[in-house]
Write a protein that binds this ligand. Structure first.
Ligand SMILES: [Zn+2]
Ligand SMILES: [Zn+2]
Length: 235
């Protein structure tokens, strides 16, 4: 993410102008992309570690909570992205504004990479969202599982939900790294990045590739874009 690396990549003038405005208006001098990344990663890992430390002699069926939450998380990611992140919904306008009106204008399929660590602000969720996700979704649903199913399932639910959140954040972060970065050059990351890159094409963003982590729900709902497919095809 050096200036030299970004200078060799051509950024369409409209995207460059949007980036300049966004940085001026929304990225304060005290913002640190590295601190943002560290807070999200360490905060989530601390919760996962604590929740796993509470699991006592987990039985095999209780451990099925982990793949179950990952599959559920994949569908929720798809529906949230295809729904309020791309369509203005009452009470959820902030999601639409931040995603469609800002994230998609800051990054297009022609300019997918961050130019510096400060651009991480436009990739990761705001730090406070981790606390909302934990307090508003993972903890209450985990408590429900704790009470109705078993204490181990409750703790595994919390660990898996926060694990999914972190996986989403890390993968989305990787998609927007410069392509020469060692992580972005891994074969699996190149493949996942191509999926997200096609979604950042304005002609496809309303119809294709809504999974940001693993494209399971896109496959399930038939929304995966493939070369040669008509961009106007409705789903
Ligand atoms: Zn993106
Ligand atoms: Zn999108």
């Amino acid at each position: 993410m050096t200036e030299a690396a970004s200078a060799t990549r051509s950024i369409p003038p409209r995207v460059a102008a949007f980036r300049e405005d966004y940085r001026r208006e929304h990225v304060g001098p005290s913002y640190s992309g590295r601190a943002h990344f560290a807070f999200t990663s360490l905060g989530a890992l601390a919760v996962i570690g604590f929740a796993l430390s509470r699991v006592e002699a987990g039985r095999p069926w209780e451990w099925l909570t982990v793949p179950g939450v990952f599959l559920l998380g994949n569908v929720v990611e798809f529906l949230g992205h295809r729904g309020p992140m791309h369509h203005r919904r009452r009470g959820l306008g902030l999601l639409f504004r931040r995603h469609t009106e800002q994230h998609h204008r800051f990054f297009t399929h022609e300019a997918l990479a961050c130019e510096s660590a400060r651009d991480v602000k436009m990739v990761l969720f705001p730090p406070v969202l981790l606390l909302f996700f934990l307090g508003g979704i993972a903890a209450p649903l985990g408590a429900l599982c704790f009470t109705l199913i078993s204490p181990n399932v409750g703790w595994l639910f919390v660990a898996s939900a926060i694990g999914y959140y972190l996986t989403y954040e890390w993968l989305h972060f990787s998609h927007h790294l410069p392509p020469e970065h060692p992580v972005a050059r891994l074969a699996v990351m190149k493949r996942l990045r191509r999926h997200h890159e096609a979604h950042h094409d304005p002609s496809k963003m309303q119809r294709h590739n809504f999974n940001i982590s693993f494209p399971l729900a896109d496959w399930l709902f038939g929304t995966t874009w493939r070369p040669g497919m008509s961009d106007r095809k409705k789903h």
